[in-house]
Design a binder for this molecule. Structure first.
Ligand code: A3P
Length: 282
């Protein structure tokens, strides 16, 4: 009979709060909550419920505060957190590297046009000014004066590229900061579009990236007949979907505006694909 100890001397099975070894750093409105909830189907993956925002908003609280936000895990389990605002934070890349240069980073990206509409839908609801906020079309390509700090007549290829919802989707600009601090092979990209169509395969490749054997399979999912998004199917055949703030109804956007945005993003997407050496279908 042996008592087994992990390499750090603690008995195997001992639970404690540990720093994450992986972080979902973005991108906001690309499916980050869905990815995290689906990863948690793997019993070896544990995460705090709310977004921690340590490396952007709570840094002065110190590392022990950060560790305290984490769930208790055993040595062979994976702690992960997600704070999509890190993606656009100037200080997060350097701070994360300082804490752990081996940190695994996960980035969910989706078609930036859909992401911008999702962002707009959230912003207009959040600020409870739906009806007051100009239409998506006006914000994206029209006269947005009074709504943006920048000059709304100075457009880039006909688009208000300074509007946050548009700017965030120029992924390569933000990604460059991360690549100044982390090698590409430490960053895993999840296709947010495929996460909706085929969640099991995106989750499985993320589990592998985390060094785990995939435990999440097609049979774990079923499509919500109302919203059309995948939900988790439990053993008792009940469906568990993300909350009402996920999978919202988007406004219908004028076809010409959509096409203009697609043309605007196309060269930016190409730069991003080259930068990360991976291509997506959008
Ligand atoms: P919408 O609510 O605008 O459709 P995040 O969690 O990063 O904020 O992303 C939210 C988006 O995730 C949602 O935006 C939705 O399109 C997408 N999503 C992906 N998988 C989903 C799922 N299974 N259920 C609900 N939304 C999902």
């Amino acid at each position: 009979f042996y008592l087994i100890f992990a390499i750090d001397g603690a008995p195997i099975g001992h639970k404690e709060k540990r720093f994450p070894s992986a972080i979902i750093i973005g991108v906001k409105k690309a499916g980050t909550r869905a990815l995290l909830e689906f990863l948690r189907l793997n019993q070896k993956i544990h995460a705090p419920g709310p977004e921690v925002h340590f490396f952007d908003k709570n840094y002065e609280k110190g590392l022990e505060w950060y560790r305290n936000q984490m769930p208790e895990t055993t040595w062979n389990e994976v702690t992960i957190e997600k704070s999509p605002a890190y993606f656009v934070s100037k200080s997060a890349p350097e701070r994360i590297r300082q804490m752990n240069p081996k940190m695994k980073l996960i980035v969910v990206v989706r078609d930036p046009v859909t992401r911008a509409i999702s962002d707009y839908t959230q912003a207009s609801l959040k600020k409870k000014r739906l009806g007051m906020m100009p239409s998506f079309e006006r914000m994206a390509v029209g006269d947005c004066s009074g709504w943006l700090k920048t000059n709304c007549t100075a457009k880039t290829r006909g688009v208000n590229a300074n509007w946050g919802a548009i700017r965030l989707g120029i992924y390569h600009r933000h990604m460059r900061h991360w690549l100044n601090h982390f090698p590409l092979d430490q960053i895993h990209f999840v296709d947010g579009e495929r996460l909706i169509r085929d969640p099991a395969s995106e989750v499985a490749s993320t589990e592998r990236f985390l060094g785990l054997e995939p435990m999440v399979h097609d049979a774990d999912f079923a499509v919500d007949p109302i919203k059309g998004f995948p939900c988790v199917r439990r053993n008792d055949q009940t469906l568990h979907c993300l909350g009402k703030s996920k999978g919202r109804k988007h406004p219908n956007v004028d076809r010409k505006v959509l096409e203009k945005l697609e043309r605007f993003y196309q060269p930016e997407n190409e730069i991003f694909f080259r930068l990360i050496n991976k291509h997506f279908s959008w």
